[in-house]
Ligand binder design. Structure first.
Ligand code: SAM
Length: 241
């Protein structure tokens, strides 16, 4: 998977591309990054990329011609088809399901805005508009990073043997069950005994129940769409009583 990030501050993403699991995936050749500065596509000597909004109002708008040129060059860079994604609060809310869909692509071009965002005519040049949530960030870079992390960890080989996404929150349709590690007792709080029992079937059953309990308590909205087994449905009915 290749990630091209188009931004006014592409260097903000550099440490992410070099450190941790993403850095390791780059070194292993599993993913690659092209961090491109939108200013490089400016046509004037001041390297300006934005202008005042038609109709008046606060802030500056990033110009469509500059962004369209950056997208065209990013697409031409790789023979594989590119999915061009605009990060914007007006986009569809990002979810684990969208992350899974995007993880099957070969090239994601991520367009990060600043100021008041992009000229609305950019819509024709993007295949998808995605929002990180119902709040406004200063720029699209954090949203792009979230999308990169959420998709890259689904790619084969990116998580090591010790890590896995199969049981993660949302992958199963539920929140993840609570996890514990040493010490067995901390300031009076003990690890649930079943986890120390070595009894695999009982541990699995306990975890399944905890995932259901947590989801019911914290995100009951997820239960409407969670692909539950018959046993999980029965357990859920009991928990609701
Ligand atoms: N005027 C815009 C509005 O109200 O929708 C907000 C512009 S915001 C200050 C600047 C840039 O940050 C946007 O162009 C977008 O790329 C990014 N951004 C802000 N909030 C975001 C969110 N919730 N999801 C994705 N991107 C966001």
């Amino acid at each position: 998977m290749k990630y091209t990030v188009l931004s006014l501050f592409p260097q903000l993403l550099k440490p992410w591309a070099e450190e941790g699991l993403l850095g390791r995936a780059v070194k292993q050749g599993l993913i690659s990054f092209a961090l491109r500065d939108l200013r490089a596509y400016s046509t004037d000597r001041h390297r300006s990329v934005d202008d005042a909004p038609y109709g008046g109002g606060a802030g500056m708008i990033i110009q469509v011609d500059i962004a369209a040129k950056a997208i065209a060059e990013a697409k031409a860079d790789t023979p594989e088809p590119a999915e061009v994604i605009l990060l914007t609060p007006a986009g569809e809310p990002f979810t684990q399901q969208i992350a899974a869909e995007l993880a099957s692509k070969q090239h994601l071009v991520l367009l990060c805005g600043r100021y008041e965002g992009f000229d609305a005519r950019l819509e024709r040049y993007v295949s998808r508009e995605i929002s990180l949530g119902d709040y406004v960030l200063m720029g699209g870079e954090v949203a792009a990073l979230a999308l990169i992390e959420a998709t890259a960890r689904l790619l084969p080989g990116v998580l090591g043997d010790a890590e896995s996404h199969a049981q993660d929150s949302f992958s199963t349709g539920l929140l993840d069950y609570p996890e514990y590690t040493r010490p067995p007792v901390f300031e009076g709080a003990s690890v649930p005994e079943v986890l120390l029992s070595g009894h695999h079937a009982q541990i699995a059953a306990w975890r399944q129940e905890q995932a259901l309990r947590r989801t019911l308590a914290r995100r009951p909205d997820l239960l409407a769409h969670a692909p539950l087994s018959e046993a999980q449905r029965r357990l859920l009915a009991k928990l609701k009583d």
